[in-house]
Design a protein around this ligand. Structure first.
Ligand code: ATP
Ligand code: LTN
Length: 332
């Protein structure tokens, strides 16, 4: 059987959260294996769609790469790189944007949400963001894309772009499949459990950063919004706060949701919150320690990113040349 290709990306747009970890990063590490090529990128071009301080963006891009390694992504097995180091992403994005009807972009809910949040900066990049994401995926002929549930619609668009291009221009791209975790695909804010936990949330109390220290994690869980009937049951619609805590407990202990509900029988919300915090702290502490160690060795991270970019470029260039040939772009 031929090797499958896995690709995913994370924006360096803030401190990565528990949502990023559960929905994406944890699976990036788990999907590594001899039978797969894995490409993981820090999507810094995507981060430009909202205002960034240049120095912060530069530093966060580097730290996000270190975080991937701390989460278990092994650069000996996977190709880890920064998106802007492989210029083919932007080049393919231009060609694919000329093959994407506006009507399809108009349906994207993330564009609507982000334009409402950043009403003072609704730029063209925010609108064409999903085309750049499709380029990230299609350049590597990816089979599988591990993401959280919020990216499902963008994945569907990437598939449509690939299918249409293959049918109308010529067979060029693999059509990718999403890989969305069954539990934990959408971790919610601890302060407003009807909203997704997001690293660019200006209110950090609803959001656990992977790098938060244990005392902060415990405090944030203790303040998590629940409800007033004090019964521990899984019901996303009527008990979103409690259901979110049960989901997190389930992911971090390996128990099913049913087993988690049974585990808390006869207990109150205080005990639930402490138990969830302890499970999260137990898994994130070694990860934070690895991250601190890695950052002390900046030269190592730089070398990983340089090798990663070289490896990524090789595959990316081969696909891009094929695309240019198909659409009739002259290359000397
Ligand atoms: P931003 O707040 O800047 O939009 P984000 O926190 O949504 O960023 P991204 O970098 O856009 O994070 O996403 C990286 C990965 O993490 C994606 O696969 C995304 O689906 C996943 N992810 C993000 N938030 C969550 C969440 N709350 N629950 C599960 N997965 C999530
Ligand atoms: N848009 C993604 C991050 C991202 C991505 C990708 C995910 C950029 N490029 C390629 C999967 C594949 C997000 O999560 N907002």
């Amino acid at each position: 059987m031929s090797k499958k290709t896995v690709l995913s990306g994370i924006q360096p747009s803030g401190s990565p959260t528990l949502g990023n970890y559960v929905g994406a990063l944890k699976n990036w590490a788990l999907l590594q294996g001899e039978d797969r090529y894995c490409y993981y990128c820090v999507a810094n071009l995507h981060a430009l769609t909202v205002k960034q301080d240049p120095q912060d963006l530069h530093r966060r891009s580097f730290e996000t790469a270190a975080l991937l390694l701390a989460c278990g992504v092994d650069p000996e097995v996977s190709t880890v790189f920064i998106q802007s180091d492989v210029k083919e992403h932007a080049e393919l994005s231009w060609v694919l944007s000329c093959h994407t009807p506006l009507g399809e972009l108009n349906r994207m809910t993330q564009f609507k949400d982000k334009s409402a949040k950043h009403a003072d900066n609704i730029n063209a990049g925010l609108y064409t963001y999903p085309v750049l994401m499709a380029s990230d995926i299609l350049l590597y002929q990816s089979d599988l894309v591990p993401v959280g549930a919020d990216q499902k619609q963008h994945l569907e668009l990437a598939r449509n772009i690939a299918i249409r291009f293959n049918n109308t221009v010529g067979e060029t791209f693999k059509v990718p499949e999403p890989y969305i975790p069954r539990v934990g695909a959408r971790i919610m804010s601890l302060q407003d459990p009807t909203q997704k936990m997001s690293k660019s949330d200006p209110n950090p109390s609803g959001c656990i950063a992977i790098m938060d220290d244990p005392a902060v994690i415990l405090k944030k869980f203790k303040r998590a919004v629940t409800d007033c009937d004090n019964s521990i049951a899984f019901d996303m619609e009527n008990k979103p706060g409690v259901s979110n805590l049960l989901t997190i407990f389930s992911v971090f202990t390996g128990k099913t949701i049913e087993e988690s509900v049974a585990y808390f029988e006869g207990m109150g919300y205080g005990q639930l919150k402490t138990a969830v915090a302890e499970a999260v702290i137990a898994e994130l502490t070694p990860l934070r320690e690895r991250f601190d160690e890695l950052l002390k060795n900046g030269d190592y991270i730089k070398a990983v990113l340089k090798t990663g970019a070289e490896k990524a470029r090789e595959t990316a260039l081969s696909t891009l040349k094929d695309v240019y040939a198909h659409v009739g772009l002259y290359l000397s």
